[in-house]
Write a protein that binds this ligand. Sequence first.
Ligand SMILES: [Fe+2]
Length: 313
Amino acid sequence: MAASEANEGAASWRAPLNRLEFATIRVHDLDIALEWYTRALDLQVVDKNQDLALLTCGGDHHVDLALRLDTQGTGRGLESYSFGIDGTQSLENLAATLRARGTEVKRVSVDLPAIDDAIRVETPTGVAFQIVASDERPTGVRNTARDQGVAPIDTDHMNLLAPDVKGYADWLGTTFGFATSDAVEGPDGWGAAWTHITAQHHDVAIMATDDPSTRLHHVAFLAEDLNHMGEIADRICSRGVDRCEWGIGKHGGLGANNFLYVKDPSNNRVEINSNMDENPFERPVEIYSADRFEKFISVWNFQPPPPGFELGS
Ligand SMILES: [Fe+2]
């Protein structure tokens, strides 16, 4: 049976974040990574230098993914994830509110097209949570226009790895007002949690790990629908990899979204997803037992996740 409990800390205040704007992930070779993301996912290069490449899904041509060359570390994983807000004055106000609430906030200079200002908060795993703003446009607003080509429409959500899942979810709640939609019981506390600050079921999910070198499970992009996911799967399997890792399938709880998982050449996992349900903020957290979770992680068939799916980068 699923239990439920109220969302701690999330009810009193919610930061005016629009949604995920982009993620910055590490890669072991920038040229190889760029070749893959442009050929297999049909993303377009907005800008690049020797250490950093900026990619867009198209549509509004704003940055949807940043690739950072990492030759000193593991050459994979997550540097930061960035949510958008409506303008630099809102960012200024948010920074003041966060500081007044006891959060340490750093101003960072980001050299990104159509981004004027950014602040950064360190999350419990050391990954940075950035908030970015522009005076020409509201950031983190979904543009559903689809260019010619197969590329996904936009970034969609983050799925992180953390040693203390409930601690991370509660931190997102008390710091920014994220609400937890669902959680799964694990042997030592929560094994997974799905949190949101937009109407959709999850914007940031967290899964348990005891490997301190991995903090990313996947970065998810949005497809229009299942037909579009099929087009993307065809593209990936003709120009990117021999086979995808898992899917196309459908999750049960968890927003009931369609999923397709694939690894990039640096071993970072990317998800293509569509048709995620919304989740009301007032809904209590649904806490599932581990065996019930096994049943709804994939609802169309009996195919379990492939070996190693719990591992990240
Ligand atoms: Fe996901």
